[in-house]
Write a protein that binds this ligand. Structure first.
Ligand code: ADP
Length: 391
């Protein structure tokens, strides 16, 4: 099966073409466009390039296209990308303005460019379909809940992959099997002891998710990707009372308050230096206390959520770091794991120091919980889910 994974931004289009079969997967082509003004044009150009390069002889050979859609109104899961998906994306375009419109348009354009291909949407919220009502609901009036305000969670593709991979690495085939088939069969019971994972996706945007027996039980991200941990330039957790107070005191319009919270907050807002952890570290190392505060706040928030999920899970079998920051920043991993021996988390400092972006167990041999670095590969995750759904 040939699966094209389409990564659509408001001004970008990147793609990877995978050959998938029961024995595994292979990337057969990849490409991308920046500063895009005409998405339909670059999609046609990408298909023409694949033909010209001899990867395909006709676009009809592409069996499926996978879309990592973010947030749908009243819709989630791994589903055929039809008009209902477009409507769900449009319904929450105001909540995910950078993501939903490009995907709604992309689905329309691919359905014209590849009329024979199956289009599949994997919502970033899909992994959280089974979290408890207590975890999903905010204490707001019913009228607010009725318009869809609740905790949805994001980075679902990444965390679900961690659910599968951590179970495989811990030889917990029972939990791995549940995680792999989650969008096909839903959650299932485990007969033996539970398998408890806390997954830290730390990148341009970050979240921590608690996973029991292959299924998410809760996550730091809420209604929108503005919540939870400090993000690169988005706010993360914020007391709702702060927004009207800042608007009144600083004389901000709603649009301006929203712009500052989505563009000038997070690690950028705290450090005043950059939204990139490498620049922030460099500034902190040369004595910039605001940059140090940004690093410390990120670490504090990660630990806060790890603690919450250890309690909720009743312990921990694997702590996982993934994505750009989680894979590459040895000091953040070390600070996150500091003094957690009482919870069964023992980091091996030399394994941690030498591990960058490769799958590695960085815990000590006698650590009751494993600590893994597992590289994220969201395109591959998407290709696998599309293949599973259509097989
Ligand atoms: P996105 O969420 O946009 O996909 P990434 O997962 O690539 O982003 O994460 C981006 C963050 O990861 C940035 O803060 C960046 O500094 C950090 N990062 C990426 N690569 C490295 C590296 N080699 N060393 C240190 N930090 C890195």
């Amino acid at each position: 099966m040939l699966v094209l994974v389409a990564n659509l931004g408001s001004t970008s289009f990147k793609y990877r073409l995978f050959h998938m079969d029961e024995s595994g997967e292979k990337v057969v082509a990849k490409g991308g466009y920046e500063r895009v003004t005409d998405h339909a044009g670059v999609i046609d150009d990408a298909l023409a390039t694949l033909q010209r390069d001899g990867i395909i002889t006709s676009p009809d050979e592409i069996d499926a296209v996978g879309f990592k859609t973010v947030l749908g109104k009243d819709l989630s899961g791994c589903v055929i990308a039809d008009q209902a998906v477009i409507d769900a994306l449009d319904g929450f375009a105001a909540v995910a303005p950078a993501h939903n419109p490009p995907y709604a348009n992309g689905i329309r354009q691919f359905s014209q460019a590849l009329p024979k291909a199956k289009l599949v949407a994997l919502f970033e919220t899909a992994f959280y379909q089974w979290i408890s009502s207590a975890s999903a609901n905010y204490a707001i009036p019913k009228t607010w809940r009725d318009i869809g305000i609740r905790r949805y969670g994001f980075h679902g593709a990444s965390h679900k992959f961690i659910a599968e991979r951590s179970a495989e690495l811990c030889q917990r085939e029972d939990a791995a099997q549940i995680a792999r088939r989650l969008y096909l069969d839903g959650p299932a019971d485990i007969s033996g002891k539970p398998f408890r994972v806390v997954s830290c996706h730390l990148g341009g945007s970050s979240s921590v998710t608690g996973i029991l027996n292959g299924v998410a039980i809760g996550t730091s991200m809420g209604f929108s990707p503005q919540s939870g941990l400090p993000q690169n330039n988005r706010v993360g957790e914020l007391d709702s009372g702060a927004i009207p107070y800042a608007m009144r005191t600083l004389g901000l319009s709603l649009d301006e308050a929203e712009r500052q919270l989505t563009k000038e907050s997070g690690l950028l807002g705290l450090s005043g230096v950059s939204n990139d952890i490498r620049d922030i570290r460099e500034a902190a190392d040369s004595g910039n206390t605001d940059a140090q505060l940004a690093l410390d706040s990120l670490t504090y928030s990660i630990r806060h959520w790890i603690g919450a999920f250890i309690l909720e899970l009743g312990g921990i079998d694997a702590l996982v770091f993934t994505a750009g920051i989680g894979e590459n920043n040895t000091d953040i991993r070390a600070h996150v794991c500091a003094n957690l021996e009482a919870f069964g988390i023992r980091l091996d400092p030399s394994k941690n120091a030498s591990c960058r972006a490769t799958e590695t167990d960085i815990s000590t041999a006698d650590s009751p919980a494993r600590i893994f670095v597992i590289p994220a590969n969201e395109e591959l995750v998407l290709a696998r889910e599309v293949f599973r759904k259509l097989s």
